[in-house]
Design a protein around this ligand. Structure first.
Ligand code: ATP
Length: 513
């Protein structure tokens, strides 16, 4: 097993044991790629959502919220293009009977060439030392050039095939590149077929074509159809944005890699409405704002990169992803798309209602352009959890499992631990919790040795442990232990709200933006 798979497996085990994520309906052996969030998981998820929501709506006077229904009128999905174009090309290996997305097979194949290039560059760096000129090396090294030519050739053919919807060409490219099924090791592939990712269901008790409705595959359309309701009721002037979080559903061909790709997931989307012609400026602004939101968390900066789309979606004139280094490698975490007037324009067409903005300064009326930022809450959860999880070697030879979750996102902020279960220490500990619990999630624990209790809190990522001992009763002081450094300090109880608040308050993160 590869170390990446090992890492993900360990993380899944930890997430289950410590109440973050459980397999769904586990007593019935689970349901594939469906997960439930446990007591700590739900807190982390809520905190991430709150960080996103407040960064969007509190920090931007021109962004307001919305909570649209999951069900929408079926014509919505005709207008949005999802009925006709929300397809993935699927291909089966006849020997292993495993199903793949044809475009993903090709992208993974391209990534292998890209890996080769990076290895060559590393070799060059070692060989030439100080004198290494990376740009020149990339431009002239024959191995790098050859791999880059292969990437360009495969990407070119793939883009052409996807854009022309040419499934035969897509299959031919897989055959020409001799891509094999990782399970069977053969290239015995079926035809490529299109598969629509929307879940369909029936509305009410009458069956028939007209009552088919879909579970929304993205939250964005609820924003578009409410564009004028929001603009008028909240008296918004362009440029302005509408933010929304909520469940979305996609019948993914291959759902795997834990909570990275699920069939039911949660999105946090913001549609920003701008004057046509200004969209590239806003696209760049939102790229910067979104990466700043991620970086403020303090997870390693090298875990993030931008990736421009090869194939633009049917609605976009520019699009990129923020990719994150998950345990299984760099993968999409968030999409930033310039969606033009595609959605509002089509909703006008299909509904026969005007969805225009009247600019009182120029006396013009137009269909606004849209720049969208779209991030999966579950993927963000996985990003935080995977970067936070560490098995750390301690000086005394022991190890500890620790979740170095950014403190403002941690599920429990403070654990208060009486050294012994008598002499009034438990009562004192509970009194301390009473002074903190309105501001922070606190936990009381008096079971097992203090060392074991520290380990339990490390494993769920609690930033602070406060220990109440006999000295506390006479001096009103406690020991406060910090999760990451494990440093302990004796402080006055009266100081606790300040010390804890400084580090765990969400406002600390928002101030950085
Ligand atoms: P992918 O290429 O990984 O399928 P996508 O490009 O289709 O993703 P978008 O339509 O841009 O994704 O959706 C926006 C965000 O929603 C993604 O960046 C991702 O974080 C999240 N997301 C999309 N599909 C899933 C899924 N099946 N499970 C969990 N999160 C998802």
């Amino acid at each position: 097993m590869s170390t990446n798979e090992d890492k993900l497996k360990t993380l899944i085990g930890h997430a289950k044991e410590y109440g973050y994520v459980f397999p769904s309906s586990e007593i019935y052996d689970g349901l594939s790629a469906t997960y439930d969030y446990g007591p700590y998981g739900v807190e982390l998820k809520n905190n991430i959502r709150r960080y996103w929501w407040e960064a969007m709506t509190k920090l931007n006077g021109n962004i307001v919220g919305l909570d649209a229904a999951i069900f929408m009128h079926p014509t919505t999905w005709k207008a949005s293009g999802h009925v006709d174009a929300f397809n993935d090309p699927l291909i089966d290996n006849k020997d292993s009977k495993k199903r793949y997305r044809a475009d993903v097979l090709l992208e993974e194949h391209i990534a292998k060439y890209a890996d080769k290039i990076e290895k060559e560059v590393e070799k060059g760096r070692k060989k030439f030392g100080e004198a290494f000129d990376e740009a020149q090396f990339r431009a002239t090294n024959p191995n790098v050039k050859r791999a880059q030519e292969r990437i360009d050739a495969v990407e070119g053919r793939m883009k052409a095939a996807l854009e022309a919807n040419d499934l035969v060409a897509l299959r031919q490219l897989i055959l020409d590149e001799e891509i094999k099924c990782p399970i069977s090791g053969t290239a015995n592939w079926t035809e490529v077929r299109q598969f629509n990712l929307m879940f369909a269901t029936e509305l009410g008790s009458v069956s028939g074509e007209s009552s088919t409705i879909y579970l929304r595959p993205e939250t964005a359309q609820g924003i578009f159809v409410n564009f004028l309701n929001v603009q008028k009721s909240a008296r918004m002037k362009i440029p302005f944005g509408i933010a929304q979080t909520g469940k979305a559903f996609r019948n993914e061909i291959v759902a795997r890699q834990f909570i990275f790709r699920m069939r039911e997931f949660e999105q946090m989307e913001m549609q920003f409405f701008v004057k046509p012609g200004t969209e590239m400026e806003w696209y760049n602004t939102w790229k910067e704002k979104r990466i700043a939101w991620h970086k403020a968390l303090g997870l390693p900066a090298e875990n993030y990169r931008f990736h421009d789309h090869i194939k633009l979606a049917h609605y976009a004139n520019a699009a990129c992803d923020i990719e994150f280094k998950f345990p299984m490698g760099f993968k999409e975490l968030e999409g930033i798309h310039s969606r033009t007037d595609f959605d509002l324009g089509n909703h006008e067409k299909y509904s026969g209602k005007k969805l225009r903005y009247f600019d009182t300064e120029t006396n013009e009326s137009y269909v606004p352009y849209v720049v969208e930022t779209s991030i999966g809450l579950d993927r963000m959860f996985l990003a935080v959890l995977s970067a936070a999880f560490q098995v750390e070697q301690l000086p005394n030879g022991e190890t500890r499992d620790v979740l170095r979750i950014p403190a403002p996102l941690a599920p429990v902020k403070v654990a208060v631990l009486p050294l012994v279960k008598k002499d009034g220490l438990p009562e004192k500990a509970r009194a301390i919790i009473d002074t903190l619990k309105l501001d922070h999630n606190c936990q009381y624990d008096d079971k097992d040795s203090i060392g074991k209790r520290y380990r339990r809190q490390d494993a769920i990522g609690t930033p602070y442990c406060i220990t109440v001992d006999h000295e506390t009763l006479t001096t009103d002081t406690v020991t406060i232990r910090e999760r990451d450094s494990m440093a302990q300090e004796r402080v006055a109880i009266s100081e606790l709200p300040r010390i804890v608040g400084e580090k765990v308050d969400l406002r600390g993160l928002l101030r950085k933006l």
